[in-house]
Ligand binder design. Structure first.
Ligand SMILES: C[S@@+](CC[C@H](N)C(=O)[O-])C[C@H]1O[C@@H](n2cnc3c(N)ncnc32)[C@H](O)[C@@H]1O
Length: 269
């Protein structure tokens, strides 16, 4: 952890600001059990329809949050110099017309748009139908699929690179670890993995992110690094920054960018 981060208070400045559970339309408070039940139902709807449609009370919590935010997220975050530098790192190392999986692709900007403009074949996956609709419109040369990355099967060794920018935060720690292992397997040997997250030691932290109720789980920076190593990646470079989203009420948030390579076949889960 760098000096800036160690001085930072143990809250997620723009992500969860204050503990609270969002009231439902009927005025009830949502419980962890309730949210998990909604999530279970949403997975079944995805299996049947190929797309998770959500409303305030049902479906993926991440989809509900990012359906509500849509392009506001891009306006607040897409100007990040660290995110663009991370993409530049990837662009310098990708083979021509590389196949890239962008997990939690959001509005398609900057990740899918940058890679696609450089001639790479991008598959973006996002659980938010609104984000997928925006990304498909903004980055027509990339392919986008709507669904939960945890449920989507991909062939082993079928991608030259995986991008995972800020899409882990609404998964449990076990799910984050399991997903990393699975995503490493979809990389060809020597494939590249770029990851960014908010590196704070929080679990099921209820708060507010850009006006939306969220429940956030993450790890301290050294534990994120440990996790990607255990998943079978070699960390080639690491960068910690404080980023202030472009919003009037925003405060800086710590961000960790990891640039990694898959040296060989990943270990089993
Ligand atoms: C914080 S935004 C980041 C968007 C983009 N990666 C970026 O950095 O600009 C997180 C995105 O991940 C998506 N997401 C969160 N959990 C997901 C999951 N389990 N499966 C697929 N997408 C997910 C959200 O819908 C949202 O669009």
């Amino acid at each position: 952890m760098n000096d800036q981060q160690s001085r930072h208070p143990p809250t997620l400045p723009c992500r969860p600001a204050s503990p609270q559970a969002g009231p439902t339309r009927r005025g009830e408070r949502r419980t962890v059990v309730g949210v998990r039940r909604e999530w279970h139902d949403a997975r079944h709807r995805y299996a049947e329809t190929g797309c998770v449609l959500v409303d305030e009370n049902r479906g993926s919590p991440a989809a509900a949050v990012f359906d509500a935010l849509g392009s506001d997220y891009e306006e607040a975050f897409a100007a990040s110099e660290a995110h663009r530098a991370s993409l530049a790192w990837l662009l310098e190392r990708l083979p021509p017309a590389a196949r890239v999986l962008d997990v939690g692709s959001g509005t398609g900007r900057p990740t899918a748009a940058t890679l696609s403009a450089a001639g790479h074949r991008v598959l973006g996956v996002d659980v938010s139908p609104v984000m997928v609709e925006i990304a498909s419109r903004q980055v027509p040369d990339a392919e986008f699929r709507c669904g939960d990355i945890r449920d989507m099967p991909f062939e082993d060794g079928s991608f030259d690179a995986v991008c995972l920018y800020f899409a882990l935060l609404q998964m449990s720690r076990a799910e984050q670890s399991g997903l990393l292992h699975r995503l490493v397997r979809v990389l060809r040997p020597g494939g590249l993995f770029v990851l960014a997250t908010v590196p704070l030691d929080v679990e099921d932290f209820d708060g507010v992110f850009m006006g939306q109720s969220v429940r956030v789980t993450s790890f301290a920076a050294q534990d994120v690094v440990g996790l990607v190593r255990v998943a079978g990646l070699t960390v080639l470079s690491e960068r910690s920054v404080l980023f202030t989203p472009a919003r009037p009420d925003a405060t800086p948030e710590p961000q960790l960018f990891l640039h990694c390579r898959c040296e060989a076949t990943a270990p089993a889960d």
